[in-house]
Design a protein around this ligand. Structure first.
Ligand code: ZN
Length: 243
């Protein structure tokens, strides 16, 4: 099965459309949370994800937009955007987001937004933090743990107890050959690794292989919608730089 793995779409329909077009054929879509927040297109991204039958989990921005998570730990731009999202989203989007669980698994592959210790908040940004999540992946009988939240494409592989981190770029292919691993597809709607192109991952579950891809999209078009919505200017301009 060929699975399109998406994370941190963040209400950016232009980026999501470019990814869906570039991905080619796929059997399923799995999304790792933060469908909404930051960007101007909450309803449009939910409509597209429903259209492709996406399965997945909720992120901290999704939970906050639903009123299920306090925004006191958000920075002021994120909070302003979440409050705008909560006011703007239609009922169908709200119901679809509310039905997303915090944790999910498909066969021996786990889906989480943040980490395996804390599915909503903890950032997996180092090999030592990844090691704690890899131990939980093992305890849950999983071989691969998908995660998002950092907006950085990443692999943390458990090589006989040593956690090795790599940063995949466009075209990087990783064989999942018996080593337990955590995989981050990067962010569709707000990349933070210095590359402004939308990031996504294709997972071949039979060949046990993951491939990272990047795609350009019309950043100016989504920035115009940020301004029309009255969202913080800084959230629009950061898309030019990919951080
Ligand atoms: Zn996010």
């Amino acid at each position: 099965m060929r699975v399109l793995v998406l994370s941190d779409i963040h209400s950016n329909a232009s980026a999501l459309d470019a990814v869906l077009e570039k991905a080619g054929s796929f059997d399923e879509v799995w999304q790792l949370g933060d469908v909404v927040g930051y960007g101007p297109d909450p309803d449009a991204v939910v409509v597209r994800l429903r259209g492709v039958g996406a399965a997945g989990v909720r992120g901290n921005h999704d939970a906050a937009a639903l009123g299920d998570l306090a925004t006191s730990d958000f920075n002021s731009y994120a909070r302003e955007a979440v409050e705008w999202t909560a006011r703007t989203m239609d009922r169908a989007s709200r119901e679809w987001l509310a039905a997303l669980p915090e944790t999910a698994a498909r066969d021996d592959i786990g889906l989480r937004h943040a980490s395996y210790r804390d599915p909503v908040w903890e950032y997996i940004t180092s090999s030592s933090i990844a090691g704690d999540s890899l131990a939980i992946v093992e305890a849950e009988g999983l071989a691969v743990g998908l995660f998002g939240h950092t907006h950085l494409p990443a692999v943390f592989a458990d090589l006989d107890g040593r956690v090795v981190a790599t940063s995949p770029s466009d075209g990087t292919r990783v064989a999942l050959d018996g080593h337990r691993a955590l995989l981050n597809p990067g962010s569709v709607g707000q990349p933070r690794d210095g590359d402004p192109r939308a990031s996504f991952m294709l997972l071949d579950t039979e060949r046990r292989e993951a491939t990272w891809r990047r795609v350009r999209y019309d950043i100016a078009a989504v920035q115009a919608r940020f301004r029309r919505a009255g969202l913080p200017e800084r959230l629009a301009t950061r898309l030019d730089h990919g951080h």
